[in-house]
Design a protein around this ligand. Structure first.
Ligand code: ADP
Ligand code: MG
Length: 386
């Protein structure tokens, strides 16, 4: 637990503290924050033991908490974005098919480890958009996990905490995700990206270029990952690996001709080339070759759109517009089927970028895009709030 909450975070916590006071009559005693994540390159590679390059995002899930004052033996959850809920203590929870499943999963898995969580009032909120490909689900899980650990004093090693949250997402939200999101939200550091090796479950810090601005543009398209597209892609990748008899991480592009099913071959083609692009991207950043890094982002988008078929017209429009506006690189980020684009933009092109993206998106009939200039933030943590 680090000592004090930064001033920008204090400002974000203020409305939650107010809700806790107004609705429960309590002062906040604990607080937790978890960033979102933006994946710079390497999507749909994590569940076949490949590589990805995420960074923490300075948009957050927040929770404030106090001991429950009314004698009830349960957790009461108030949300500034969704409906309220009650979580029972001392027994396994079951999925309810709503946003609280992420919390039910995390709570249940800590309790199964013998951690005794007391009765609490919680307020959940923040400024991270939900379902926008920025991993609000992992952020919510890790925010709650950090809070539980701060309250109970039962601190897990960071990797174990991330894996517990991944399991919560599998078991309670029904999303068979890899480790990308939970690792990124856990290990994130300011000003750096993380080269994630999903086989080794290891992370190497990668310095971000200082003279580039990073934009996130929300397509506004929401597609719940539990809807099946994600699970189908995962099954297709597994089928490819079964036919080839090895992990796609260890597969050379030439051997993909062994795959007779055209769709499976395209999915595998994406994963194999994407792993390679992550390596090339990191090498390019290391050399300060931003132009090459940017081209790899465009190539990654093309591959996700054409071969992996997880983009959508709105995202394709944004990426085309970014290229035409002179962005260094741009691609969809996250699981896809909607969500956000990430772009590298030179400082002197930022205004043109904003104007062109807005114009093109509106002209296509998609409304006003939400453009955010973001930076790399540190991972989930919790504090005593006093
Ligand atoms: P992503 O992780 O890309 O944002 P997901 O579909 O995996 O998209 O998770 C989004 C879901 O997570 C939301 O629909 C909601 O159920 C839940 N969620 C995440 N953060 C919050 C929050 N702060 N408050 C309520 N629900 C949240
Ligand atoms: Mg998610």
């Amino acid at each position: 637990m680090s000592k004090s909450v930064s001033t920008p975070l204090k400002v974000l916590f203020a409305p939650l503290v107010k809700v806790l006071k107004q609705r429960c009559g309590s002062d906040a005693v604990w607080a937790a924050a978890a960033p979102g994540r933006v994946n710079l390159i390497g999507d749909h590679t994590d569940y076949s033991q490949g590589f990805a390059l995420p960074m923490g995002l300075n948009l957050y899930t927040l929770i404030v908490a106090s001991p429950r004052r009314d004698g009830s033996d349960a957790i009461r959850i108030l949300s500034t974005q969704e409906g309220d809920a009650i979580l029972r203590l001392g027994c396994d929870e079951s999925p309810m098919g709503d946003w609280t499943d992420y919390l039910r999963g995390v709570l249940t898995l800590y309790q199964r480890r013998g951690v005794q969580v007391p009765a609490l009032d919680l307020v959940v909120g923040g400024n991270l958009p939900l379902g926008a490909g920025l991993s609000s689900s992992a952020s919510l899980e890790l925010c709650f996990a950090a809070l539980i650990e701060a309250i109970t004093g039962h601190e897990l090693p960071v990797k174990e905490r991330a894996l517990l949250c991944q399991q919560a997402e599998h078991e309670f939200a029904g999303v068979p995700c890899g480790i990308l999101d939970q690792f990124a939200v856990s290990f994130a550091k300011e000003n750096t990206a993380m080269l994630l090796d999903c086989r080794e479950q290891s992370i190497e810090s990668i310095e971000l270029p200082s003279h580039v601005r990073i934009a996130i543009v929300d397509s506004g398209v929401r597609h719940a990952l539990a809807d099946g597209g994600y699970a189908e892609r995962r099954a297709q990748v597994e089928e490819a690996q079964e036919v080839l008899g090895k992990s796609l991480r260890d597969t050379h592009p030439e051997t993909l001709s062994l795959l007779s099913d055209a769709t499976i071959k395209k999915r595998a083609q994406h994963v194999v080339t994407e792993n390679n692009r992550v390596q090339l991207f990191v090498a390019a950043l290391g050399k300060g070759d931003i132009a090459t890094a940017g081209e790899l982002m465009y190539a990654s988008h093309e591959s996700l759109s054409r071969d992996f078929a997880v983009s959508c017209l709105e995202l394709d429009t944004l990426v085309d517009a970014a290229r035409d506006a002179g962005a260094i690189g741009a691609r969809m980020t996250g699981g896809g089927f909607g969500g956000s684009m990430v772009a590298f933009v030179a400082h002197d092109k930022a205004k043109v970028f904003e104007m062109s993206i807005t114009e093109r998106f509106k002209a296509a009939g998609y409304g006003e895009p939400v453009i955010r200039w973001i930076s790399a933030a540190s991972g989930a943590q919790a504090w005593n709030w006093t």
